[in-house]
Ligand binder design. Structure first.
Ligand code: NDP
Length: 282
């Protein structure tokens, strides 16, 4: 078994990104990322703080707009439109989940697709499924970078994605299909899941159930990517894969923490740099 060190890879990619930011700044363009957080979801607050910290470290122009939980949908949409029009901001990100009274669909539709660095706008999802991606959701984008760095050739491989969310499972499946893997998406209604996961040369798990994937569900020599972020019985951070068991079966495996997580944030920054480069070419 070999570990896929997401933390180290993220640090290397961030060094390259910093150079790219410096080159842009010399041309008078400072990549700008604005993150909008509505309400006080504790997990969201941590994510947003990390995004801000990383953006500042890389030399971005960065801002977090913290709005009260009772902000109206109309006010949020107006604010998004202001950032759409403001050329200083190349990336706009509205942290999900939103309070119940605000339509996530309307909010995602309101963001200029060229500033949608999360890649959740229906136009960007459509572009991805059409095979011409512009903005790609960060988590699957980070996993594709891991495949590249660890020379995992997807072509002709049997890949199984467990989880079908818009932010991880679905885009992950499409990206691997674009890499010429034969992909199956599994979910909570899938029958005989372990037979399916055991057939996978590449297994990506994004379900949010602590240590769900056990060694008997994994093919010997498989590449296992664990997206999950959960707390175990002793409240320790753990993934959807039972790492201690599965590490002895897998050829390559991501740890939690230190795997997919650090790559996700890095890819968000990379996407913002791309958005700034694209804007500068206009
Ligand atoms: P969602 O809750 O949106 O989706 C979970 C998916 O898993 C659903 O498709 C669901 O099926 C499926 N599922 C749930 N239980 C089972 C089961 N027992 N067997 C098979 N499938 C199951 O989650 P996300 O995609 O947003 O996130 C998944 C996990 O990844 C979470 O732990 C989250 O915290 C983590 N995450 C980590 C990130 C990182 O950067 N490291 C980024 C994003 C997420 P169905 O559709 O049928 O309900």
């Amino acid at each position: 078994m070999k570990l896929i060190d997401g933390k180290a890879l993220a640090e290397t990619l961030q060094l390259h990104l910093k150079d790219e930011v410096e080159a842009l700044v010399k041309k008078g363009i400072v990549p700008g990322l604005v993150v909008i957080l509505v309400g006080e979801n504790p997990a969201s607050q941590v994510y947003v703080r990390n995004k801000e910290k990383t953006a500042l470290k890389l030399g971005f122009h960065s801002k977090v707009v913290r709005l009260p939980a009772d902000t109206s949908e109309a006010d949020l949409l107006t604010l998004i439109e202001e950032y759409n029009q403001d050329e200083a901001w190349h990336g706009i990100l509205v942290q999900l989940p939103l309070p119940k009274h605000i339509s996530e669909e309307k909010v995602l539709l309101a963001i200029d697709p060229n500033k949608d660095v999360d890649g959740f706008h229906p136009m960007n999802m459509g572009r991805l499924w059409a095979g011409n991606p512009v903005m790609i959701p960060s988590t699957p984008a980070g996993i594709m970078e891991m495949f590249k760095a660890y020379q995992v050739d997807l072509s002709g491989q049997r890949a199984v994605v467990v989880g079908r969310s818009n932010i991880v499972g679905k885009p992950m499946a499409q990206l691997m299909m674009m890499g010429n893997a034969t992909v199956t998406i599994a979910h909570s209604r899938t029958k005989n899941l372990s037979a399916l996961t055991k057939s996978a040369d590449i297994l990506v798990v994004a379900i949010g159930v602590a240590k769900f994937i056990t060694a008997d569900m994994v093919k010997k020599g498989a590449v296992v990517i664990d997206v999950g972020m959960n707390r175990d019985e002793s409240l320790k951070l753990c993934g959807d894969v039972d790492f201690d068991e599965v590490k002895d079966v897998a050829r390559l495996i991501t740890p939690v923490p230190g795997g997919v997580g650090p790559m996700t944030i890095t890819m968000l920054m990379e996407q913002t740099v791309r958005a700034a480069q694209l804007a500068s070419q206009k």
